[in-house]
Ligand binder design. Structure first.
Ligand code: ZN
Length: 204
């Protein structure tokens, strides 16, 4: 087996992680994986009750997302499966991926967030549908704030006493996640948390 990021052969010798059963499969070599900076930054919010971002959005993260999203390399979802599993292991919480717009989904052929969750074998419910097709980054702050509805809840909320956890690949302004949280709360959900793989560490 080779590293998904650099193609070098992965060594087969068991590590202590294998021995303890923590890490059953490695998909990236340690040299590549160490380029990702674990931050575990949790922020407490407003409509969004908390956001937990696992890794800094650094150069390695940028390359990874580019490869994953635009080169459509779905195998790359495996690299963060153990990290995501460790923070999304509460079966009482309902995991809801941030969807991409159907048009973007057709272009990109797969949803990265769904792929990340599937690789990590985390059950999820696709309760949200995007209602605009624009990419957030292309809009100015005032344009983003002016948009009232970004997400629609597409299914009945069965258990609004449960904690819902939104999952996205990157936290940038938080606008996307807040809109998604708002949509769920309008349907009676009490608490909405979020987990993102990456977050820029130097913020404006
Ligand atoms: Zn490597």
């Amino acid at each position: 087996m080779t590293c998904l990021l650099c193609d070098k052969t992965l060594h087969d010798q068991p590590t202590w992680q294998h021995f303890l059963g923590i890490q059953k499969d490695a998909f990236a070599c340690s040299i590549c994986f160490e380029k990702f900076e674990r931050i575990d930054r949790v922020i407490e919010g407003d409509v969004l009750d908390s956001v937990d971002s696992l890794y800094a959005y650094n150069e390695a993260a940028r390359e990874y997302l580019h490869q994953f999203k635009f080169m459509q390399d779905v195998a790359l979802a495996q690299i963060f499966a153990p990290s995501l599993r460790s923070v999304l292991n509460d079966s009482k919480k309902i995991v809801v991926p941030i969807p991409m717009h159907p048009i973007n989904k057709r272009k990109r052929t797969f949803s990265q967030v769904d792929a990340l969750l599937e690789a990590a074998k985390i059950p999820y419910q696709s309760l949200l549908e995007k209602t605009t097709e624009s990419v957030m980054g292309e809009k100015s702050r005032s344009e983003r704030l002016a948009m009232t509805e970004l997400f629609r809840v597409t299914a009945d909320i069965q258990r609004n006493e449960a904690v819902y956890v939104l999952v996205d690949d990157i936290y940038t302004t938080g606008t996307t996640l807040r809109h998604a949280a708002e949509a769920l709360k309008q349907r009676g959900v009490q608490r909405v948390e979020a987990v993102t793989l990456f977050r820029p560490i130097r913020e404006k």
